[in-house]
Design a protein around this ligand. Sequence first.
Ligand SMILES: Cc1cc2nc3c(=O)[nH]c(=O)nc-3n(C[C@H](O)[C@H](O)[C@H](O)COP(=O)(O)O)c2cc1C
Length: 187
Amino acid sequence: MKQIIFIFMSLLCFSCSSKAQNQTADTNVQSDKKILVAYFSCTGTTEKAADAIAKTVGGKLYQITPATAYTSADLDWNNKSSRSSIEMTTENSRPELGGEALNLKDYDMIFLGYPIWWNLCPRPVNTFLEKYDFSGKTVIPFATSGGSSITNSVKQLKKLYPKIVWGESRLLNGSVKQAGEWAKGVI
Ligand SMILES: Cc1cc2nc3c(=O)[nH]c(=O)nc-3n(C[C@H](O)[C@H](O)[C@H](O)COP(=O)(O)O)c2cc1C
């Protein structure tokens, strides 16, 4: 009787562990491409999407960090004198960046995430794109917003940086699961 119970328990354990492995394989994909997930985020929404993408595709997460962090007063788009309003109405504004230096040679594919500001990408994202040499790299934009689409921001990025190979972009205002699923289909 003891032997039968032991065999039954062993079979049960085996079935549980293989199910767990399958679950991991289902949610995370492995790619031979070296993937960077660079993102700018002030209130955490884009960060959550970036984190889900990095986890799903096995990419390195990198935060685009301004040298001076944005305060909530800086983010007040109703105040035309706020920092973000001044930056967004000044086309050549390129706020200085802080954060760790990046070696782009280590990556083949870059997911680039940002919140939509004034129907564009925030200016620190432009600083980032001009700080490193992205020519010939595939950059895949994604964004979160209060409702605006990503289209206008991408149109402007393509115009400003024609040497970058731009992948198909996506607005990720849904769940983090949706963000991961989308990224899986891209790589
Ligand atoms: C300065 C500023 C400007 C914004 N402009 C827009 C806009 O033009 N269209 C829009 O849909 N949302 C706009 N938003 C809302 C953000 O895109 C949205 O809240 C985003 O998810 C924030 O991302 P984060 O939490 O990663 O910073 C703006 C937010 C800020 C702070």
